[in-house]
Design a protein around this ligand. Structure first.
Ligand SMILES: Cc1cc2nc3c(=O)[nH]c(=O)nc-3n(C[C@H](O)[C@H](O)[C@H](O)COP(=O)(O)OP(=O)(O)OC[C@H]3O[C@@H](n4cnc5c(N)ncnc54)[C@H](O)[C@@H]3O)c2cc1C
Length: 408
């Protein structure tokens, strides 16, 4: 029964996935006093993409003006900065250089400068070679774009704080609770878990690497499919850490939604180099030897994957070479960090990206969120979705709470 002054208007929401996006959504709902329950299959929050990323708060340099990524990243940065300040979480505004290594990259870098200005990225500055060398004497390149407000943070700590906020406002975060089925019943949704079923009026699926499988279970399209891509990192040994202060990125290849092997200081003091992008043979395949028969069978059946592979086999081979040989990986980084030697690095933890692929084999670049009846699914939330998480949550909550005073 709905009470006259019930702020939830009778709404109750389930969220699948306690990564940073799912918990940002749940937190906003709990703040609006809407009953919310989060289902997470792992025994702790933030165990997949959220716990294995580069830790960067992107400022919005790359994204096509007007895209969801461009809008939600700028808003997300402001919300996240305020949140970290409020919760006393670290925020280290290191700044970042995107380095052009040759004339062709200078042309591409000018386009990134144009996008940065259009996206309202604060303080962006073009540096000629001399100005770049003054800031970073150990970086090689012909010119660079400086984004002084790009920051590094601790996303797992932020995610744990989101979970605390949900619980402190009466929401539930159920870990070790995999969602095994989703059924639409009347106006609502029934969610099956090994411990029993729960009924809610709305469901938001933020399941990252499993998003397409859950979306299809909920009656949504099977496409776009998630193709998992492992990203491997190397870590600078302590003696090499202080040679560079900023985050250093190459100019990315505009054909791919990946940023190239970059150098990223981490909030704990480490400095990581990576990630590359190689096909993972399991949805959560963090090691080369992780191979899932189900995933292999899915890839074999997938026309989207075949088209993707046909178009990108050369880039795929290049990345594979970098994966199998540390020398090849270092050779890539040495194009802008010429002093790097094999003895300067050691292996670091890997991450697996949920890369959505459309039926024609194209990589989905922008964020994509679909809605079917009472079920909202985050179909593509790659980088910078950790940066944009609070803005993505604002957007989703305003769509599913069509009554004033709760969506924002
Ligand atoms: C290598 C790498 C580097 C990156 N670097 C950056 C960066 O520097 N900055 C940035 O902004 N972004 C970065 N990203 C992107 C960012 O990490 C992701 O966009 C973000 O973490 C996505 O969050 P999520 O909550 O959607 O997904 P996830 O964190 O993957 O969470 C999904 C959750 O759903 C759960 N789940 C799945 N299926 C079920 C089920 N059936 N039942 C219950 N639970 C389920 C999973 O266990 C998981 O916890 C990077 C990503 C990677 C992989």
């Amino acid at each position: 029964m709905q009470l006259a002054n019930d702020p939830s208007h009778g709404l109750s929401v389930g969220v699948v996935g306690a990564g940073i996006v799912g918990l940002a959504v749940a937190r906003q709902l709990a703040q609006a006093r809407i009953p919310v329950v989060v289902f997470e299959k792992e025994d702790a929050v933030g165990q997949h993409q959220t716990g294995h990323n580069s830790g960067v708060v992107h400022a919005g340099v790359y994204y096509a003006p007007g895209s969801a990524k461009a809008r939600l990243t700028r808003r997300g940065v402001e919300l996240l900065r305020a949140y970290c300040a409020e919760r006393g979480l670290p925020w280290d505004e290191r700044g970042k250089l995107v380095v052009a290594r040759n004339e062709a990259e200078i042309v591409k870098l000018r386009e990134l400068e144009r996008r940065s200005l259009a996206n309202g990225v604060p303080g962006v500055r073009w540096l000629d070679q001399a100005a770049m060398r003054e800031l970073e004497p150990d970086v090689a390149g012909q010119a660079a774009l400086l984004s002084p407000t790009t920051a590094i943070v601790d996303y797992p700590a932020i995610t744990r704080c989101f979970a605390e906020d949900v619980a402190s406002r009466g929401g539930e975060v159920l870990t070790s609770t995999p969602v095994t089925g989703v059924r639409r019943v009347g106006d609502g949704v029934e969610i099956a878990t090994p411990g029993g079923t729960r009924r809610v009026s709305r469901l938001v699926i933020c399941a990252g690497l499993q998003a397409d499988l859950l979306a299809a279970a909920a009656g949504d399209d099977a496409a776009p499919e998630i193709i998992p891509c492992r990203g491997e990192y190397l870590r600078l040994r302590p003696h090499a850490r202080d040679r560079v202060r900023h985050l250093i990125y190459p100019v990315p290849d505009p054909k791919y939604p990946f940023l190239g092997v970059h150098l990223t200081p981490r909030i704990g003091g480490e400095v990581d180099l990576g990630p590359n992008a190689v096909l993972a043979l399991a949805r959560e395949g963090y090691r080369r030897r992780d191979v899932s028969r189900d995933q292999l069978a899915r890839l074999a059946r997938s026309a989207a994957f075949r088209r993707l592979a046909r178009r990108n086999w050369q880039a795929g081979l290049r990345e594979m070479r970098g994966s199998l040989s540390r020398r090849a990986f270092l050779a890539e980084a040495r194009t802008y960090l010429p002093w790097l030697e094999p003895g300067d690095v050691m292996p670091a933890p890997t991450g697996v990206r949920a890369q959505a692929v459309d039926p024609d084999g194209s990589l989905v670049d922008d964020f994509r969120i679909s809605q079917i009846g009472p079920v909202t699914t985050v179909r593509n939330a790659p980088s910078p979705a950790a940066t944009a998480s609070l803005a993505i949550a604002e957007h989703i909550v305003s769509e599913i709470t069509p009554f004033p005073g709760t969506g924002r």
